[in-house]
Structures are given as structure tokens and as C-alpha cells.
Design a protein around this ligand. Structure first.
Ligand code: 5GP
Length: 192
């Protein structure tokens, strides 16, 4: 999606450790108009699919998913939580995920009340790097018996393995910007 690529070029910064910072528009300050266009693009890509629900992961996925849901008939958005809380009552689906940015393991938790066997879901997230977060969501979907119709990613770091593995496993991954390479010192970002 050209507009997203242009925005990454304009406002993104490359940090040490292959981390792309896009907090000016994607995951701290949120550009709602851009999210809206991303939603339109995913709606075009996944047109004709049955989507009953969108599943994402806190925190960065939530803002994107709620805007995107409006392009899929205002379906409910469920976000996986990363910490246990007394507010999380009842039975839960849980998977363990290793965080690329935080460099530690965390749980991914969804209440069983919000995923119903046989539902068709679209998975959404801001980044795809090694695919750990997405695998956590997929584990939960498999446990719940829901059907994954597709995976929508805002920014895929194509030089890491997550996207390749998910596609090889048969998932329909739609990444709106795929980064081929990036270099903080030279201040360059190349798209696939
Ligand atoms: P993965 O689990 O695919 O390795 O990483 C995906 C998760 O890590 C995303 O949910 C995102 O929050 C975070 N992440 C991975 N790479 C980056 C990056 O380059 N920049 C930012 N801001 N977040 C990233």
C-alpha cells in the first residue's frame, strides 16, 4: 500500500536491533485516517470472505482493528490480553509468546466467552517479524476451533521469517507494507 510505505519513509525511524519505530502514526500516536484506508485495503483483499470477528493483540493492534472492523460490517473486535487480571474471569485460552521488542516471554490470553467454535476470524496486527505473536493467536484460534480466514499485517519485516513460515503453513497473509531491508545508519528503508 503506497500510502503506508510513503508514511513509513517519511515518519519511520530505524533503531538498533532491526526495530522500526513508527510511533508517530501507528502504535503510539494513531493516524485514524490512515487506519481507515488500511481497513479499506484489507476489505478489498479479503472481499467475499466470511468474517465474523477480528482478533488482535494488545496494545498496538487494538486501535487498528477497531477502525478496520468498520470495513467488515462492524464485526466485534477481540483483543488478546498479555497479563492476567482479576477482571479476566472464567475459562481462558492461553498461549506463551516470545516478544521481539521486549525480549521476554509473555502470555496471550483470550476469554473463552469471546471465541465461539466455528466462527470465521480475521487476525490483525501492526507488525510481523518472527511471527511469534501471530503464532500465539493462531494457537488460541486452533484451541477454540475457529476458522482463520486471513491475517492482515500493517508492516511485515520481510527479512525476518514470520511471514514466510505463515504462508508456508497455508495462511493467507496480507501485509500492507513489506520491508525488504532497512539500515539505521544510512537511514534507508527498502520495500519488497
Ligand atoms: P513477532 O512476534 O512477529 O516477532 O513480532 C511482532 C510483534 O513484535 C508485534 O506485535 C510488534 O508489537 C512487535 N514488533 C516486532 N518488530 C517490531 C518493530 O520493528 N517495531 C515495532 N514498533 N514493533 C515491532
Amino acid at each position: 500500500m503506497k500510502e503506508l510505505e510513503d508514511r513509513i519513509r517519511r515518519d519511520g525511524t530505524v533503531k538498533p536491533g532491526n526495530v522500526l519505530k513508527v510511533d508517530a502514526f501507528l502504535n503510539h500516536q494513531c493516524d485514524v485516517e490512515l487506519f481507515n484506508k488500511m481497513g479499506a485495503e484489507w476489505a478489498r483483499i479479503f472481499a467475499g470472505r466470511r468474517i465474523d470477528k477480528i482478533l488482535t493483540i494488545e496494545a498496538s493492534g487494538i486501535g487498528i482493528a477497531t477502525i478496520v472492523a468498520q470495513h467488515f460490517g462492524n464485526v466485534p473486535v477481540v483483543f488478546a490480553k498479555k497479563t492476567q487480571s482479576i477482571n479476566l474471569d472464567g475459562d481462558q485460552y492461553t498461549s506463551l509468546v516470545y516478544s521481539f521488542t521486549k525480549q521476554k516471554e509473555f502470555p496471550v490470553i483470550v476469554s473463552k466467552r469471546f471465541l465461539t467454535f466455528g466462527e470465521h476470524v480475521l487476525l490483525i496486527d501492526d507488525f510481523l517479524a518472527n511471527g511469534k505473536a501471530m503464532h500465539g493467536l493462531i494457537d488460541i484460534c486452533n484451541e477454540a476451533g475457529v476458522i482463520i480466514e486471513g491475517i492482515g499485517i500493517a508492516i511485515e519485516k520481510g527479512f525476518q521469517n514470520g511471514g514466510k513460515e505463515l504462508r508456508e503453513a497455508g495462511h493467507d497473509v496480507a501485509s500492507l507494507a513489506v520491508i525488504k531491508s532497512m539500515d539505521g545508519e544510512k537511514d534507508t528503508i527498502e520495500f519488497a
